[in-house]
Design a binder for this molecule. Structure first.
Ligand SMILES: [Zn+2]
Length: 235
């Protein structure tokens, strides 16, 4: 694996190879540190793997840079004075060290995070994620109730999680909806748009003319909430 090692050293990353039952080789650069994961089918031999990695070297380098730059921005955000959005409003992070149960409290302009001494950035991030999750779990039930009644649909299960590419997702068969945790940073119009959008999938599966027609009918100004999400970067 000399070439593999050379590429890894060159880019300064760890390359993990996983053999899987699959058709094609797949390459991913994982946050937060830019570890490269290559999934390969069982039949692929070493020369083919090395060629694949080498052919994608430029792409890997660019992705690693991007992922690490984002990590740096995130780390800075988790320090005193870092800006965070809550329901579309900018708040400044204020870190308070206290020997009590960690908590997050919102004041007029600040997100006051109380932590035990020595809590690292990951712990801050986790505390903030928990806070956002609670905000979402508080905001969603009234919206879901309201729109289930209006649309005449029923969702069996819903929950909140971090998603990299979607604001919401709907499993039509199981009538399950997932909402992206990052919606707690967006204005109320955005979360309402996602609620209506996902619930509408219980009526129309595809993003076809009928779907957008229903959207226009039930939430005529849906574009306001949708536009903000289109312009945002996910995790
Ligand atoms: Zn959709």
């Amino acid at each position: 694996m000399s070439l593999l090692k050379a590429v890894a050293e060159d880019v300064g990353v760890e390359i993990i190879i996983t053999k899987k039952k699959m058709k094609n080789l797949r390459l991913r650069v994982l946050p937060p540190d830019g570890t490269v994961r290559v999934s390969i089918p069982y039949h692929v031999k070493e020369p083919e793997l090395l060629n694949f990695i080498y052919a994608n070297k430029d792409w890997i380098e660019a992705q690693v840079k991007r992922v690490r730059a984002r990590r740096q921005v995130n780390d800075q955000k988790m320090c005193d004075g870092g800006e965070h959005l809550l329901w579309g409003k900018a708040l400044s992070l204020q870190i308070v060290e206290a020997n009590k149960k960690p908590s997050v409290v919102v004041s007029d302009t600040a997100l006051v995070m109380s932590l035990r001494q020595g809590a690292d950035l990951d712990m801050r991030q986790k505390l903030l994620d928990d806070f956002y999750r609670e905000e979402m779990r508080r905001a969603l039930p009234p919206l879901i109730d309201k729109w289930q009644a209006i649309l005449g649909v029923n969702v069996k299960y819903w929950n909140v999680k971090k998603m990299r590419t979607l604001w919401g997702s709907c499993n039509i068969q199981r009538q399950r909806i997932w909402f992206n945790l990052a919606l707690a940073g967006k204005p109320a119009s955005s979360i309402e748009y996602v609620v209506v959008h996902e619930l509408l999938h219980l009526i129309e599966r595809y993003h076809n003319q009928r779907f957008w027609g229903l959207m226009d009918h039930y939430l005529p100004n849906w574009r306001i909430g949708s536009q903000i999400l289109d312009e945002s970067v996910l995790f």
